[in-house]
Design a protein around this ligand. Sequence first.
Ligand code: NAP
Length: 286
Amino acid sequence: MFTLIDEQALQKDPAQAASIGGIVTRSNYRIPAELMDRLPQLRIITTNGVGYDGIALDHARQRNIVVTNTPDVLNKAVAELAVGLLLALLRNLPAADSFVRTGAWVGSPFPLGASLAGKKVGIVGLGRIGKEIVQRLVPFEVDISYFGRVRQAVPWRHFDSLPAMARHVDVLILSCPGGAATRHIVDAAVLQALGPDGVVVNVARGSVINEADLCDALANGIIQGAALDVFDSEPLGESSLRHMPNVVLAPHIGSATHETRRQMAELAIRNLVSFFRTGRAVTPVA
Ligand code: NAP
């Protein structure tokens, strides 16, 4: 039904641009207005993921190009990673692993970590993924609150100020969208409010945190630690984050399980097939 043209083929034969009706992409590629305008027949952009901050959405709307994503099917995998990163950070599991492997255990005991039980956890963005994170955290006996623009009908405390929630909590988990509206909402002031025992977990987008402020806060004891799946620039190049003992780093693997990636791919394909058959996509971005 479809003919696939990849980027390299398009570079070799730019004339093929005239026949492209759809783009399949994912969050590590940018789809700027200029690319859309090189493709006169473009009618749909299907991103294999839930975030669409890399797509020039306003331009797509102006050109009547449908944008689709793959919501919900990845919630559980991302929530599992968020909880895993948090536990790995609190108990310093990467260092514990190398402590045993290198034989350092023979010489001295491993430093104590921090318990999750009894902690106050603040979710930035209590959406589909945020709610799955909360569901998994409740059995750990933590106190949950959330920051978002809208108060929801949930039993958790709502904050409409991020610095105020950061002052209240021990753990800040970021699960909101990226893009202009959330760019650098976690900055020096929020990290200062989180305080020297506080930790940040980011499974949202690198752009949500001011990375320079984060590095400063981590290096100077303004916060305790950070667990990061996403970064300002990916793959992460040279960065002081790579040399800090109080961070746990992952290479943007929130949805990266066999089961989840298969479901995402199936939903992306269903969007394309439905759109070209019926004119309606399955999960268009609102
Ligand atoms: P969602 O259901 O749309 O939830 C997003 C939440 O963020 C909502 O509760 C919303 O609440 C809040 N929010 C939106 N704009 C905000 C703003 N300007 N300030 C504060 N809060 C804001 O989205 P989702 O499906 O849970 O996905 C969330 C994000 O996770 C994605 O956009 C993507 O960037 C990221 N993600 C990462 C990975 C990974 O591999 N690490 C994988 C999948 C998704 P209000 O409307 O009340 O503000």
